[in-house]
Design a protein around this ligand. Structure first.
Ligand SMILES: [Zn+2]
Length: 250
């Protein structure tokens, strides 16, 4: 890691220790906020939280597939519902890079908190209930060995814990390396992902609705591949939950 990035992380961690907002630097520590549960996360002040570019879940019944432009942009998907926090915009773009490439793991907890809070507030609007199992999009073992962590798992685990949902980190495995998807057409992406995932064990018979967590959705190919596999194994419904969605033409 570049020394400048390293210093930035140490500085951010120092600010967190002091109880300062990750975005504006204002002091966070306010006992009345913490006690009233208004403090969404120790990294974010109420004012910055209010300005996050979150999707208006009530307008789309908590399912982005109800938004015609998104539905048209994802023509070959095999999952049933899509719940994302935000378009691929600042500060999420910045935070996602910091989590993935600079190891700021506390951001995964922030994403999980925001997702759980938004899901809890809006799930009754549209998404089906109950959730039988939470899974995360796995990395290939070789990629995991290089990176040392799977960001989707780091988000999924605290998300499931907060909502008291069962989470399984070992049911799904990635058997094919994901070569770079950059510059590939939709068909090329789908072909390169065929049989990229396997189930390491049988899913319990009662598991009919699965929530699949990833950090970002771009074409939906990965989530669709997994969704197909799950549906071949007795699952009826797959809801994909990601932090960001790359909107078409953005
Ligand atoms: Zn702030």
């Amino acid at each position: 890691m570049e020394w400048r990035a390293r210093i930035q992380i140490i500085y951010k961690q120092f600010l967190t220790l002091l109880g300062q907002c990750d975005l504006c630097g204002n002091t966070l520590f306010d006992k009345s906020l913490a006690e009233s549960n208004l403090l969404i996360h120790p990294l974010l002040c109420v004012s910055c939280y209010a300005q996050l570019p979150l999707f208006k879940q009530t307008l789309i019944q908590a399912d982005l597939l109800n938004w015609p432009a998104i539905n048209r942009a994802l023509p070959n998907i095999s999952f049933d519902h899509l719940f994302c926090l935000s378009p691929y915009l600042l500060p999420f773009t910045h935070w996602l890079v910091q989590l993935k490439y600079q190891g700021r793991f506390e951001l995964a907890t922030l994403f999980a908190n925001l997702l759980a809070q938004q899901w809890q507030a809006h799930k009754s609007v549209g998404a089906p209930l109950p959730v039988d199992l939470v899974l995360s999009v796995p990395l290939h073992i070789s990629k995991w060995q290089v990176r040392g962590f799977n960001q989707a798992h780091l988000i999924a685990k605290p998300f499931a814990k907060q909502l008291q949902l069962p989470y399984d980190n070992s049911a799904l495995i990635r058997v094919k390396k994901n070569l770079s998807q950059v510059g590939k057409t939709g068909i090329q992406r789908r072909n390169s992902l065929t049989k990229a995932f396997e189930l390491a064990k049988d899913l319990p018979k009662h598991v009919k609705h699965i929530v699949l967590i990833d950090d970002v959705m771009t074409t939906g190919s990965t989530a669709s591949e997994i969704s197909k596999l799950l549906k071949h194994n007795g699952v009826d419904r797959v809801t994909v939950i990601t932090v960001c969605l790359t909107l078409p033409n953005t």
